[in-house]
Design a protein around this ligand. Sequence first.
Ligand SMILES: C[S@@+](CC[C@H](N)C(=O)[O-])C[C@H]1O[C@@H](n2cnc3c(N)ncnc32)[C@H](O)[C@@H]1O
Length: 285
Amino acid sequence: MELSKLFFDLIDVKRDIYQNADLFQQRRRDPNEYEQEFLRNSDYQAVDKLADFIKDISSDVDNWERQNSKFLNYHKSLNPHTFFNSIPIDHYIGLKTGLAQIQNKVVLDVGGGTGHFLSSFFRYPHSLQYFLIDPNVRLLHDQFVRMYPSLLEIPIGHIRSYAEDLPFRNNIADLIISSSAIDHYKDYKLFINEAFRVLKPNGKLLISSHLKGAKSGATKKKFSVRAIIEKGLRLLHRLKNGVAIDDHVQEFESTAPIIEKLKAKGFTIEQDEKFKQYFYILARK
Ligand SMILES: C[S@@+](CC[C@H](N)C(=O)[O-])C[C@H]1O[C@@H](n2cnc3c(N)ncnc32)[C@H](O)[C@@H]1O
């Protein structure tokens, strides 16, 4: 569909906060274009330009599959609250690490979900070669598209695979990102091994997420009827969509186990900050 037509159709449509999102496919590069330079092999299926490396449809449902199916309920019901609340966290990390400003780099977003980071985190998205890697094929919600139309304009490599087995050649990436995703992987240590292999020498790995049990930085709001109604509506929305309280495979109470693994693999830790109930670690190969 022409992009102008897409936005034309959105004009004057009164979007409710809790209505289900309209979903839009990312603008995907043809895998033939980047396969030679970046991929380890051509053992993938290309459907709608998605390079799909996942073949094993296992019959025994393990913990990852159970948590992942809960997560997909959450994804369905993602609403503008989630969006507006998480964006300042990403802006903070982008500014503190300086990564928001990078240009002309190869970036892998592992567990990248919808791929909104391309435009919500980076200030020069057009200059990046961005790859979205995720075992779930997640489309862009209309709130992202309204806010960051460049998400539908900039071509990306969209790859279906696991963090634990990245289908990339050695030494090809300048930056690997894992945002709110390390606690969803099956095995974060295998991901760190893979990130080391795929990064160029001096390439960087950014891992960020929340800390289990850490104090929220929110200041208490004054009592208001509006806030109570809003809270009730949010709760109803979550119940209606079957959103689980916890859809993580493993939550971290501290960054120590991640840092220990990064160092053991040979990474140098450049930054390690805990803030409010979140953290980020910036490591260099
Ligand atoms: C909470 S979302 C974060 C999405 C995005 N990075 C963001 O910050 O908005 C976690 C993502 O991890 C993905 N995921 C789950 N298991 C994974 C695995 N083994 N390897 C890579 N990604 C995985 C999920 O599909 C989901 O898109």
